[in-house]
Design a protein around this ligand. Sequence first.
Ligand code: ADP
Ligand code: MG
Length: 446
Amino acid sequence: MDYQQLWNSALSQVELELSRVNFNTWFKNTRIVDYKDGEVIIGVPNEFVKDWLTQKYHKFILRILRSIHESVRSVSFSVVKPESLQKKAQSIQISGNNTLPLNDLYVNKDDGLNPRYNFDNFVVGSFNDIAFATSQAVINNLGVLYNPFFVYGNTGLGKTHMMQAIGNTIKKNHPEKKIFFTSLEKFYMDLVNSTNLNKINSFKEKYRKYDVFILDDIQFITGKEKTQDELFHLFNSLYETNKQIIFSSDRHPNFITGLEDRLKSRFSQGMIVDVSLPDFESRFAIIKTKTTEFKDKIPQEVLEYVAETVHGNIRELEGVMNLLINYINIKKQAISLNDAKVLLKNSIRSRKNVSVPEIVKVICDYYNISDSFIYNKTRRKDVVKPRQIIMYILREVFDISYPVIGERLGGRDHTTVIHSYEKIKTNIKTNPELNKEIEDIKNLIN
Ligand code: ADP
Ligand code: MG
C-alpha cells in the first residue's frame, strides 16, 4: 500500500470537514509512518498534537481511513523525529503537483503575497466578472481610478485569491512599488503588539510607506475601536498621496456592525463590487481548469456531474476535486461516472449551512427566553448562561471561528467568545446537569 497516497486521500477528506485553521494546526505535519495488521500509525510532530488528535480526532480519522481502505482496523499516533518531518514537508510540496496544493505555505514574509494566487489560474464567469474587470482597471490605474477598491461576498468565493492576484500582478509590473497584503486580524495584532512595546510610531511609519495596501476580511473590525481609528488615519494618509488601497469583506460596508460612518463614507468614495456564487458554467470551468493535468482520467460526464451536484462555494468544489484526484492516484485509472457518484455521496457530508439565528432560537426555546436578549448587551443571569452555551455550540459543533461568532451575536469581541467557550467546556466536566443540557441541545439540533 502506498502510505502517502492513502494519507493524502484521507487528508483531502479531513480538509473538507474541518475549518482551515483546525486543519493546518493539527494535520499539517502528519504522515503515515507504518501500517501493520490493520493498524495505521500516524507520525505527528509533537506530544501536544498527539494528545489532541488522540482525544478529538481519533474516531474521525479512523472512519475516514476505513472508508478508503476496509482493511484498516485501528489508528494510533506516534511522535516522529524532525528529520522525518522534513520528509513530510516535502511530501506536502510534492502532493502539490498531484492534488491541489495546500494554501498558506508559500507566503512571502515581506509583502504577504502568495505567488500561487494569480490571474492565470483565476476563472472569470458571470459571478465575478465585474470584480475582475474592476481589478484590472485598478492595476492599470493605480491609486487614481478606483480608490479604495472594496470587494465583498461570502466565504470561499475567491476574494482572497483575487486580491492576492492583484498584488502579484502589480509586483510583476512594478517591482519598485511597495506592496503589502495583510488581514484585518493581523493588522489588529500588529497594532496591539506595537502598542504594548511602545512602538506605535514605527507602526504608523511602516504602513504609511506602502504604495499598495491590501487589507483582507475587514469585517472583523467590529468592536475594535482603536484599530478603526488607526485605519482611518492610515487611510487618509495613503489616500491623499494617491496610494492604492484595497479591501475585502464578507459583506457590504453598510452592513459591517459597528463600522464608523466616517469609514463607510470613505469606502463609498471608491468602488464597491461583489462576488457571488458561481453558476453551472462557471463551476464547470473551474473544475476543468483545476483538473487539466488529469484530463485523460476524468471524463466529461464526470466533470458535468460534479458541476451539477456541488452547488457550494469554490472551496467546496476544490475539496471534491481533491477527492477525484486522489481516487485516480490510488486506483491508477480513470474514474467512471458511477464511481464518482459513490465517492461524492460517501464523502461530502454536507457541512450544514448553519443558520446562526436558527441555532440561537433553538437554544433560547430550550431555556425559555426570548432570543432577542442574546444579541444585546444584557448581563441578566438567565441570559448570560444560554448566550455562553450558544457560543460553545457554534464553536464546538459547527466549528465557526471565534470572531465570526462574536460578530453574529451582536458584535461581541472574540475574546469574550473564547472565554465563554472555555468556561462551558471546563464546567461540563464537573457539572453533570450542564452536561446533560448540552447533550439535549445537541440532540435538538441534530
Ligand atoms: P474567499 O477569500 O472569498 O473566502 P478564497 O480566495 O480563499 O475565497 O477562495 C477559495 C478557494 O477557491 C481558493 O483555493 C481559491 O484559489 C479558489 N478560487 C476562488 N475563486 C476562484 C476562481 N475564480 N478561479 C479559480 N479558483 C478560485
Ligand atoms: Mg478570504
